[in-house]
Each structure stands twice: as C-alpha cells, then as structure tokens.
Design a protein around this ligand. Structure first.
Ligand code: F1P
Length: 356
C-alpha cells in the first residue's frame, strides 16, 4: 500500500508501526506487573483523576472510562488546565484521590504544572504518570510511573503514542481483574488491529479523497467519546479541515443545523448504542450528509448501501474496539491531508510540545 509520499512521511510511518510497538510495550510492562498490582490494590478505594492536554486529554477521557470499567475504581478526566486553575474546587479531601497525568513528551506546560500544583497544595495525592518519555519532567515529579521503551515520534501530530499509552492503561487496569477473556484480547489486539487497518486502508483513502467532503463530524458515546474528540483533532491538525465531535445523540440538539452535503459524519458503534445509532443514521440521511459507520461485525445484519461502512473483523467489546477504530481515523486524517496537498508532518501553527 505504501507509495513514495507515504514512505517519507513520519506521521504515516508512525501510524503504520503502532501495532508492532504495542507488542513490545506489553512485553516490557509485563516485567512490572507486581509493582502495578501493588499500586492498584493500595489505592483502589480512591478516585483516580486522569489528566492531559490535547490528544493526551482525549486519551484521559477514553483511558479513565476503560480503566474504571475494568477495575471498578471510580475515575474521571479533566484537562490539565482545569487542575491548575480550579484544583480547590475539584479536590474535596486529598486522601480520596490519585492523579494520573498523561503526556507523550512529559513536558507540556499545563500537565507539568498540574502535577506541581497538586504537590504544592495537597499532602496526600499519589501521582501515577503515563508517558512515552520516562526521563521527562512530569515523570520525574511523580511517585509512580507507567513508562516503556518507545522510539520517539518525530511527528508533531500524536498517533501511535495515543493508542500505545491507551493500551498501557488498559493493561495496568486488567491486572486487578485478571480476567481470562480480557487477558487474551490484550494479547491479540495488536494483530487484529493491524489486519483491520491494512484491510480498510484503501477504503479510508477513497473516502478521504472524496473532494465533496470538507467538513467532518465524529460521534461517539461512552469510551468512544474520547475517540470521537481525538479523531476530530487529527483531522484538524493534519488536514486543516473543519471538524467537531459530540456524544452521538447530542448532535441532534443543535449542531446538526450546520450539516450539508459536504459533511462526513463518522459514527463509532458501541455495544449499548446499536438501536439508537440506527435511528440516528436514518435521521442524518435525511440531511443529505455522508456517513461513515465503524461498527462491530456482530451487527452487520443492518445493511445500508447509501453509507460508508467498516465492519470489524473480530468481535471485540467496547474495551478493545477503540484500538480497532482509532488507526483508521489516523489514516483518514493523513489521506485527507495528502488529498489537499498538505504535509501532515508540518501542521500549521503547531509544535510537538506546547509550552508557555
Ligand atoms: C500534547 C499535545 C498534542 C497535540 C500537539 C502538541 O502533548 O498538545 O495533543 O497534538 O501535537 O502536543 P503531550 O503533553 O502529550 O506531549
């Protein structure tokens, strides 16, 4: 599938290599299993607040959701700036919380300041950093860490780092339940995701090349809300296109007034969402928009030739489909940029780390 443009593009290479990295990262995290389990057991009665900026904030949204689902631990997610500015309103009693700052670089200003703010104002909030850089300022300020060997991403836009850090969170969470099905899905997810990405790459490329599409909307509920937000950010960063994201049914309450025949609406199927999504799709079709439906293959009895459909090759639950859906959204952003003659390695007005 690689053509010469792709081969020389950091972003494309980092999208393509992501599943291979997951395998190595899981191996490395496996060596720290006992330490992770100790942290989980010690702090399981606290509320774990996941935080980050940009992509890492959207990762906090999906990561906290899945972490809560797998462990039963109470979780929430916040942009790091909220912690800097509103920590006094957020933290009621410090002994009841644990902070999980997330950052590819570990140096984004707000996430580092959020960690410092928590340390300065509260005596008893443990910090468990998640990062692709174990030597970063954020990690050094934290008592605990989830880090792994990671060949630094050269691109400004975060792609493989998002899914890799998400998988590290799911892995750590899985240790508490030690559920056989979950453990086996963790082992298989890299292979399944790669196969899926390769199968659908040309399909996604074709959609991205449709010149009629200039506005993007991403709809997801539950763990897919963070995935919808991250997908919108990828399209904005890479292809400089207008993009928004919502909880799926929220789109009907106002935002759909902006829909047109130039809008592509991507819907991320969830186990709890099936019946609502079918109705939503029928509703949206009346607006004349284009629709891309990423869905579990177990509901493929619902056929509709007037929309784009991607069926998963495997029957994963909502915990694992983020790893199946997200790489395709990376490719959508990448190929939309290519079709607009933009270099996704050099996004406008952006740098790999935002500091101020
Ligand atoms: C987060 C971030 C990205 C964004 C941009 C700059 O960095 O804001 O979300 O896409 O490339 O960096 P980090 O804190 O995860 O390193």
């Amino acid at each position: 599938m690689k053509d010469s443009i792709n081969k020389n593009n950091y972003t494309y290479n980092e999208i393509s290599r992501q599943q291979d990295i997951w395998v190595k990262v899981l191996e490395s995290l496996g060596n720290e299993k006992t330490e992770f389990l100790e942290i989980l057991k010690k702090y399981r009665d606290r509320k774990w607040i996941f935080t980050g900026c940009g992509t890492s904030y959207y990762l906090a949204q999906t990561g906290s959701y899945l972490f809560g689902l797998l462990t039963g631990i109470e979780t929430s997610s916040l942009p790091s700036s909220e912690i800097i500015m509103f920590h006094k309103d957020i933290i009621k009693n410090d002994a009841q919380y644990l902070l999980v700052p997330i950052s590819r670089s570990g140096t984004s200003t707000e996430v580092v300041k959020a960690v410092q703010t928590i340390k300065a104002h509260f005596d008893d909030i443990p910090i468990l950093s998640v990062s692709c850089d174990s030597n970063s300022a954020m990690v050094k300020e934290s008592g605990y860490k989830v880090t792994f060997p990671f060949e630094k991403e050269q691109s400004v836009v975060m792609t493989g780092s998002f899914t890799t850090m998400l998988l590290s969170i799911v892995y750590v969470a899985s240790l508490l339940g030690n559920n056989e099905a979950i453990n086996s899905n963790i082992k298989n997810i890299a292979h399944a995701s790669k196969e899926h990405m390769q199968k659908y790459e040309s399909y996604i490329k074709k959609i991205a090349q449709n010149p009629e599409i200039s506005q993007f909307v991403f709809l997801g509920q539950g763990p897919f809300y963070g995935i919808a937000n991250e997908s919108a950010l990828k399209i904005q960063e890479m292809s400089l296109s207008a993009a928004n994201s919502y909880h799926a049914l929220e789109y009907r309450h106002g935002p759909m007034s902006t829909a047109s025949e130039n809008t592509l609406i991507t819907i991320f199927n969830s186990e709890n969402g099936d019946s609502y999504e079918k109705e939503l799709i029928n509703n949206l079709k009346n607006l004349g928009v284009k629709i891309l439906y990423l869905r579990r293959n177990s509901i493929s009895d619902f056929t509709d030739d007037s929309i784009y459909v991607v069926d998963t090759l495997t029957n994963y639950s909502d915990t694992f489909n983020p790893f199946i859906y997200m790489p395709l959204m990376h490719l959508l952003g990448y190929y939309k940029a290519v079709s607009k003659n933009l270099d996704s390695d050099k996004p406008k007005n952006l740098s790999a780390v935002v500091t101020f």
